[in-house]
Design a protein around this ligand. Sequence first.
Ligand SMILES: [Zn+2]
Length: 358
Amino acid sequence: MKVLATAHGDLPLPAFLPDATRGVLRLLDTEDVRRCGMDAVMVNTLHLSSHPGGSVVRRLGGIHRFMDWDGPVASDSGGFQVLSLITQSESLGSLSDRGFTYRLARGQAKKTLTPEKCIRLQLRLGADLLFCLDECTHPGSDRERQCASVERTVRWARECKAAFTRGLGKRGGEPPRLFAVVQGGNDPDLRRECAERLVGMSFDGYGFGGWPIDEQGRLVEMVEFVAGLLPAEAPKHALGIGKPENVVRCVDLGYDLFDCTIPTRDARHGRLYVFNGPPDTLNLRGDFYHCHYAEDDKHRRDNNPVDETCECLACRRYSRAYLRHLFAIHEPLAGRLATIHNLTFYARLMERLRAGAP
Ligand SMILES: [Zn+2]
């Protein structure tokens, strides 16, 4: 089995990393997360560097100690978040060859995010898997814009790697891993150029950058194309890809790492993922799951669990009717049980994929 060795244990691949954006998975504590079968989590560098602050996290022993999670932690570069802010409103920031200037909200002081600072922030948190700063573009952007983004992404990756090597110093033990992100929009030549130049710098792993999903919710062809440009043995992260059928497809294409808000966010909105039978009897390349809408009136008197084959807290102890009732009265336990169920679904899915299920 393929694993990613980290200072916090070997991460079996492929792995799904739920988003613990602010150092917490909403409504859960880390014991719940572990019990759901999750091996690693993803945190948001900018949020944590802003609250409570990277130096606070470091002083309190690093992100693992701070949030009481002893497994691997990945941190994003913050680039995508800043770019989303700038796209929302130019008054929230700007982009140059040096990096980004931004404010997380109107009225806040402006900050900068350069490649070096991005790595410094992630090292300060003490994450096991770090990402280089990159510039994500919209697939609809013109070629000139895509070219500029590839240039910046490659240059920033080089600067990130230098900052990473400096930042590690003489630190012993298993070092954190640094991943670079491939950009280039929908242009195969630019994607190839970006991938080749990044692979030439030899990173510990690579991520698919840009928009992986089209308007119909399907994977774009570039996801496959980029996987083919990267070394077979290098871990590959499919950033932001999370619908179960897309995860399966990406694993077939050679991707090993996933992070996405889908299971947790959907859970809070009463959308639960349910296997169409015991997972070991299902063909994962066909219709293998459906969604259970917890708030639906038809569950009012339904005494069955959400998923009979699921051993999670919600399915073991409560009925569809009770879960529906909790959602109806806006009880936070509803979101908590639903989140536990969805994460358990993803853990079971990854377990099947790791076992090489058809
Ligand atoms: Zn369940």
